[in-house]
Design a protein around this ligand. Structure first.
Ligand SMILES: [Fe+2]
Ligand SMILES: [Fe+2]
Length: 263
């Protein structure tokens, strides 16, 4: 079993497809994940199941790999204190997770924005411009820049997972560019299509970061690196100087507007 703990989960699932069903039973959706380079031992450590469930999961994986053998289950080392349900992020990682919250509030509003799309009025066009500004200034310049220019530099940027994260950021930028072109042409269909694509892309991207990438990174970083990251993030925030209040107000206003429409 030890040899499999250090193998990539994708490789294991390819060889032993039954492992995917076992992981699904524990709500660990590795099969559809297009990255899949996490090692089996990282997956078990990251998801922080209660001890009895972890033992049960490992026993079932062992059975799926070697149905004919009785395999001893090794204990997985966890570097931080176990928090079964919720991962305890380090302060700099928590900062990024907190920034995701505002981005998630924006993407939750996108279906309503699309439903009420009005490019003929000045007010309607302004709303789309403000939404694009939120994506470019807050999600990209303020948030993605800290990931790309600071956090990712602590890891192998040629690893598949970081390449996928970079590609997601680049893809998001190209969707924004198409939104701006479509706004100029007053083409509601293309704006709607790109906003919905952005929503889908970022929902999955943030989920991967919150649930897999950041906890994994946190486990790799030394205490010294965590402190260093925290001050580098602070420095970057001051340099970028984006008014987070402005975007919080934008989201508050929009949430109220759609809530009132419902009522
Ligand atoms: Fe990201
Ligand atoms: Fe992020």
């Amino acid at each position: 079993m030890d040899e499999y703990l250090n193998k990539g989960i994708k490789e294991i699932i390819e060889k032993f497809p039954a492992v995917e069903d076992v992981l699904n039973d524990y709500d660990i959706g590795c099969g559809p994940c297009n990255v899949g380079i996490c090692l089996l031992k990282d997956i078990v450590a990251i998801h922080r199941l209660p001890e009895d469930q972890e033992q049960q999961l490992m026993a079932r994986i062992a059975k799926a790999i070697r149905p004919d053998q009785d395999i001893k289950i090794p204990k997985i080392e966890k570097k931080a204190a176990a928090q079964p349900e919720e991962f305890k992020y380090s302060p700099p990682m928590k900062k990024l997770v907190d920034e995701h919250i505002l981005i998630k509030r924006w993407i939750a509003l996108i279906p309503e924005v699309v439903k009420n799309l009005d490019l003929e009025s000045e007010k309607g066009r302004r709303l789309i411009l403000d939404g694009i500004d939120m994506i470019r200034s807050y999600a990209d310049k303020f948030h993605h820049a800290k990931e790309e220019d600071i956090l990712f530099k602590y890891f192998d940027e040629n690893s598949d997972i970081l390449k996928v994260m970079h590609e997601d950021h680049t893809h998001a930028r190209s969707l924004v560019k198409e939104m701006l072109d479509a706004l100029e042409k007053r083409d509601p269909k293309t704006i709607a299509k790109n906003l919905m694509a952005y929503r889908e892309l970022l929902t999955e991207h943030i989920r991967k970061e919150d649930e897999i990438l950041y906890p994994w990174m946190d486990n790799q970083l030394s205490t010294h690196q965590v402190g260093e990251l925290f001050s580098k993030f602070d420095e970057a925030d001051q340099q970028i100087s984006v008014s987070t209040d402005k975007y919080e107000n934008f989201i508050d206003r929009l949430e109220k507007k759609f809530k009132n429409q419902e009522g």
